[in-house]
Design a protein around this ligand. Structure first.
Ligand code: NAP
Length: 245
């Protein structure tokens, strides 16, 4: 299988390593970082069966549209562009493209989403507990809160009537901290791959669900699995389409 890697930073390099390790006659025909952006053309993308995109929020959408134009499916790990998802879905349908997007490709995090879905349904009838999310990432991360924290909040709010919106915790804005808000605290620390903690707290006890990535390998393996699955597919897909839970 022939891969194009759009974005050759921490994740692009981790994905390259997974492809090399799995080595089933696979080939990486294009690697794009900021120093060779001029090579990111529809003609070059057509040399690949599938593209994997891990760049930055302000670059992701142009890159997705270029893959649609080239007629190859694209797997997108870049976060913080989902406010334009409807526009991207429309372009995907118009161009008969293939798109797989996920705020988090790790299998463990998708299990974490599922546990949080079930726990939120139980906690919906236990109003003595308040719920909050904390995420910790490396200091170079451009967006806050993380796409994974936002997805976790959405999963919880889908099943918990007393929370209607998530807010990024801000010590200067106590108005945001209302009972209906699901608070997300974002911390940035050097050299950490990513932690998400969901805490339910009452006056007598606390329940926590924690996912802590040990390396980027889990995200990279999930992205490569999705890329292999996407070859020849059209339409828009997410992890729930790939996993059986
Ligand atoms: P990173 O180390 O900063 O790498 C970003 C890469 O994109 C770099 O190679 C950069 O080039 C390149 N780039 C910048 N602008 C570009 C453009 N316009 N077109 C093509 N390439 C461009 O970041 P990272 O840690 O790999 O993370 C990338 C994204 O993935 C972030 O949005 C992050 O939140 C997300 N992420 C998602 C998951 C998931 O599972 N979905 C997991 C981890 C991270 P230079 O190296 O030359 O600057």
């Amino acid at each position: 299988m022939k891969f194009a890697l759009i974005g050759y930073g921490k994740m692009g390099k981790a994905i390259e390593q997974v492809i090399v390790d799995q080595s089933k006659g696979d080939e990486i025909v294009l690697r794009i970082g900021e120093d060779n952006l001029h090579e990111l053309t529809a003609a070059n993308l057509r040399k690949a069966d599938v593209a994997i995109e891990f760049t930055r929020p302000d670059a992701a959408i142009d890159n997705i549209f270029l893959c649609f134009e080239a007629g190859i499916p694209v797997v997108v790990g870049t976060t913080a562009w989902l406010e334009r998802l409807d526009e991207v879905k429309k372009e995907c349908a118009d161009q008969k493209g293939g798109l797989f997007y996920a705020p988090n490709f790790s299998i463990g995090v998708n299990i974490f989403f599922e546990i949080n879905r079930k726990l939120a349904a139980i906690m919906n009838s236990q109003p003595q507990y308040d719920v909050a999310i904390e995420e910790i990432h490396h200091i170079e991360k451009l967006d806050a809160p993380s796409g994974t924290a936002i997805r976790t909040a959405e999963v919880i709010m889908d099943h918990m009537n007393r929370k209607s919106k998530w807010v990024l915790a801000n010590p200067f804005d106590s108005a945001a901290d209302s009972a209906k808000s699901l608070l997300i605290t974002a911390k940035r620390e050097p050299h950490v791959p990513g932690t998400h903690v969901v805490t339910y707290s009452s006056s007598v006890d606390e329940i926590q669900v924690i996912h802590q990535a040990k390396t980027r390998r889990g995200f990279a393996e999930g992205a490569v699995m999705a890329a292999r699955w996407m070859v020849g597919r059209k339409g828009v897909y997410e992890m729930k389409d790939l996993l059986s839970f």
